[in-house]
Design a protein around this ligand. Structure first.
Ligand code: SAH
Length: 212
């Protein structure tokens, strides 16, 4: 049942323009229903964000797909995720063969994700803390994906990119953001592309929004 639903959802993402075969393959494999609360499971294969508690959400599948596609992940690459949330995005990256590091600021969400990774035997290096300052001990990263909206691009994250590395981050106001894809061309040179109109929960931390 959920397998058919998942196939239909991923087929619909393909129709909406997701073309990277590795992203589609990983999303066909990872069971999104395992990352959403029990009560929400009937909606796991609708293309919508769902609440995971503590005012946070698991991102919409289309958003996960477009961000992952923009990240251009290759097998064996070291990827940092900011905002572990449900753990779904991290699971997709692991499925694609990435070595994944993920930071979550909210302690209970962090603990739940940690438990789920253990239960499903998904290998992710996790940390509870402010991801806006990155994870310098493990830098540089081939890719950094930020799954919460920021008022600007945190300098620390740009600095922790490997040469040729990509940072995918929603930037804008608290309600809507533009997806920025930053590529590090050399020590001090970055190329920035924009994909318009997304809505993420706020990134809260030293180099982003203040806690309200
Ligand atoms: N990638 C997640 C989406 C989670 S929503 C998934 O696949 O489900 C965004 C998450 O970012 C929330 O859990 C929120 O608590 C977290 N967050 C917000 N600001 C953060 C920060 N500065 N550092 C780390 N996590 C942060």
């Amino acid at each position: 049942m959920s397998k058919t639903e998942r196939k239909l959802l991923i087929d619909s993402l393909e129709k909406k323009g997701i073309s990277d075969p590795n992203v589609l393959k990983a999303m066909r494999k990872v069971e999104r229903e395992k990352f959403v609360p029990l009560l929400m499971r009937v909606n796991a294969y609708r293309d919508i964000a769902l609440p995971i508690g503590y005012e946070q959400t698991i991102s919409q599948p289309f958003t996960v797909a477009i961000m992952t596609q923009a990240l251009k992940v290759k097998e064996g690459e070291k990827i940092l995720e900011i905002g572990t949330g449900s753990g779904y995005q991290a699971a997709i990256l692991v499925e694609m063969g990435a070595r994944v590091y993920s930071i979550e600021r909210h302690h209970d969400i962090f603990r739940n994700a940690q438990k789920l990774f253990d239960k499903l035997s998904i290998r992710v290096s996790t940390k509870c803390g402010d991801g806006t300052i990155g994870w310098s001990e493990n830098a540089p990263f081939d890719g950094i994906i930020v799954t919460a909206g920021s008022p600007e691009i945190p300098e620390s994250l740009k600095n922790q990119l490997a040469m040729g590395g990509r940072l995918v981050i929603p930037v804008g106001g608290k309600r809507t953001q533009t997806l920025k894809v930053v590529t590090r061309l050399s020590e001090n040179k970055y190329d920035i592309e924009s994909i318009p109109e997304f809505a993420f929960v706020p990134l809260i931390g030293r180099e982003a929004w203040d806690k309200e």
